[in-house]
Design a protein around this ligand. Structure first.
Ligand SMILES: O=C(CO)[C@H](O)[C@H](O)COP(=O)(O)O
Length: 227
C-alpha cells in the first residue's frame, strides 16, 4: 500500500472533471486524495454526491458543494477507490463499508473511474475478503445462506461479520458487513447473481461492468487500464 501512489491516482483523476459537472465522490483513502485534488482545482458549478458520511464531511470541509442522489439523480462522473482491480475492470469494493451507497452512485453515473495503488491490480479477484452488506435482522440466518452459496462456489470458509472496537461495524445505512475470504473468485458474475438472490443481503462488493477506466498510481506517475 502506497500513499504516494494513491495520491498520484487521485490527482490524475481530478483532471477528468470539468466545470459544471455532477461528480460522485468515492470513499476511502484513495478517494480522499481525489476529493482533495478536486477541491484544489476550484472548478465552477460543480455539484458533488458523496458515497459516505465520511466523504461528505471531508468534501464539506474543503468547500465543495454537496448534493444528494435524490436532488441530482444523474451523475456525470464518479471517481472511487477499490480493494481489488481484476481482469476487465471487475472490482472488489467495500473495504470501507460504503459499498451500497457507492454502488447506487456508480450505477447512476455516465462514467466511472476507479483509482488505486498498483498493489490493488490482481489477476484473479478474491484474495481481499469480499464484503457483503446484510440487514441486521436475522443476520445469522442470512450468514448461513451466504455460506451455502459460497460452498456452491467451492469457497469453504464462512463469511465473518465485521467487528470494530466497540462491537459490530454498522454501515451508514445501519446494516452489517460480512467478509467472505474467497481466496479466488472464478465466476464473479454467477457469484454476484447468487448473493443478490439471498433475502437479507442488501448488496455485495463485486462491481462488475461498472468501471470505464482505471487510473493506477505508481511512485512516479500513473498508468491507465481500459475494460
Ligand atoms: O470500497 C471502498 C470503501 O467502501 C474503498 O474504495 C476501498 O476500500 C479502497 O479503500 P482505500 O482507497 O482506502 O484503499
Amino acid at each position: 500500500m502506497s500513499d504516494l501512489q494513491k495520491k498520484n491516482a487521485g490527482e490524475a483523476a481530478a483532471q477528468h472533471v470539468e466545470p459544471g459537472m455532477v461528480v460522485g465522490l468515492g470513499t476511502g483513502s484513495t478517494a480522499a486524495w481525489f476529493v482533495k485534488a478536486l477541491a484544489a482545482r476550484n472548478l465552477s458549478g460543480l455539484r458533488c454526491v458523496p458515497t459516505s458520511e465520511k466523504t461528505a464531511d471531508l468534501a464539506r470541509d474543503l468547500g465543495l458543494t454537496l448534493s444528494t442522489l435524490e436532488d441530482t439523480p444523474r451523475i456525470d462522473l464518479t471517481v472511487d477507490g477499490a480493494d481489488e482491480v481484476g481482469p476487465g475492470l471487475a472490482l472488489i469494493k467495500g473495504g470501507g463499508a460504503a459499498l451500497l451507497r457507492e454502488k447506487l452512485v456508480w450505477e447512476a453515473s455516465s462514467r466511472c473511474i476507479v483509482i488505486a495503488d498498483a498493489a490493488k491490480v490482481v489477476p484473479v479477484l478474491g484474495a481481499f475478503p469480499l464484503p457483503i452488506e446484510v440487514v441486521a435482522f436475522g443476520h445469522k440466518t442470512t450468514a448461513n445462506r451466504i455460506a451455502d452459496v459460497l460452498v456452491d462456489h467451492e469457497i469453504h470458509a464462512p463469511a465473518r461479520v465485521r467487528q470494530a472496537d466497540r462491537g459490530l461495524v454498522r454501515t451508514d445505512g445501519g446494516n452489517l458487513i460480512y467478509d467472505a475470504a474467497c481466496k479466488a473468485i472464478h465466476d464473479p458474475v454467477r457469484l454476484a447473481d447468487d448473493l443478490k438472490l439471498i433475502t437479507g443481503v442488501v448488496e455485495h462488493g463485486l462491481f462488475l461492468d461498472l468501471a470505464d477506466l482505471a487510473i493506477i498510481g505508481m511512485d512516479d506517475g500513473v498508468y491507465t487500464i481500459q475494460p
